[in-house]
Design a protein around this ligand. Structure first.
Ligand code: GUN
Length: 295
């Protein structure tokens, strides 16, 4: 069997199309949704991610501010910047790119962001709403995964979902969302991780396998149930002297082998990645709607 590709680029485009009338309606009311990104230091990978977020704003004609500060920035200085952005009427979404330098505590910074502007969905207030199954700003990558499944009419209800990886950004929240009593959820979810015994056995139970560990090609074909749906969240750089950049980006799944037995699979790049940015745009628009409707 050759798996059907889950094309994140196509689904991300349809998410953006759905945002356009909402952006137009906001503009009629004199509101342009605005996103501020904050990059501390000069990590090249983080700079690439932030750039792609700003470009996505430009494509949708959203307002954006790309703020960059040196790696020596103090926590107090970053907290002051966040507080100013909380007060800024032109900004509806605040994204502080991680990782942050050692002198800055990420949770302290996340707690300082107005939860209504927390377009990453990382603030404990939004995490709490998510766990309770209440509306709020959902983290972008997990939300993007749900949208991918929805687009391809892969309903997780009643299915065995195995999430490999327990990060706060992907593993934990996607597991929380998929086990809700809700539409496009209602799954039986197992979270496996680096300390799990019999990882291959656990993975083979999955009707839907979500790999979010950050290890190139660690999900091999023997770990996959024939006909399973494979969602690969990995974005790993591996050296490749045959290309100009000197590296390639590969997922957590051994794509060439696994695509022969899976029913659906996300490619890397072009799978989950574009969805993360599309859902960030969606959260920015939703934040602008909810902040400006409060009167
Ligand atoms: N660093 C890597 N991924 C993310 C993300 O989704 N949001 C933020 N703020 N930082 C990141």
């Amino acid at each position: 069997m050759n798996a059907q590709l889950i094309e994140g680029k196509v689904v991300a485009k349809s998410v953006r199309s759905g945002l356009k009338p909402r952006i137009a309606a906001l503009k009629e009311r004199g509101v342009t949704p605005g996103l501020a990104t904050v990059l501390v230091g000069d990590d090249p990978a983080s700079a690439i991610y932030v750039n792609s977020k700003i470009k996505a704003c430009e494509r949708l004609k959203l307002h954006s501010e790309a703020i960059q500060r040196p790696a020596e920035l103090t926590q107090a200085e970053l907290l002051k910047l966040v507080s100013d952005l909380n007060e800024d009427k032109n900004i509806h979404g605040i994204l502080v790119q991680s990782p942050l330098p050692d002198q800055i505590d990420e949770l302290t910074v996340t707690l300082a962001i107005d939860p209504r502007k927390d377009v990453d969905g990382f603030h404990p207030f939004n995490v709490g709403l998510m766990l309770l199954g209440r509306p709020g700003l959902l983290p972008c990558t997990p939300h993007g995964i749900i949208k991918l499944l929805e687009h391809y009419e892969i309903n997780p209800a009643g299915k065995e979902v195995v999430v490999v990886g327990r990060s706060n950004i992907v593993g934990k929240p996607v597991a929380a969302i998929l086990q809700q009593k809700a539409k496009m959820a209602d799954a039986t979810v197992t979270v496996a991780h680096s300390r799990s015994k019999n990882l291959a056995d656990i993975c083979r139970r999955a009707d839907i396998l979500i790999a979010a560990v950050g290890r190139p090609a660690m999900i091999t074909v023997d770990m996959v149930q024939p006909g399973a749906v494979i969602i690969d969240v990995g974005q790993n750089r591996v050296e490749d002297s045959s290309v100009e950049k000197g590296y390639r980006v590969v997922g957590d799944v051994d794509f060439p082998q696994v695509q022969e037995v899976a029913s659906y699979i996300t490619p890397v790049p072009g799978g989950v990645g574009p969805m993360t940015i599309a859902m960030l745009m969606s959260n920015t628009v939703a934040a602008a709607e909810s902040i400006t409707s409060e009167g």
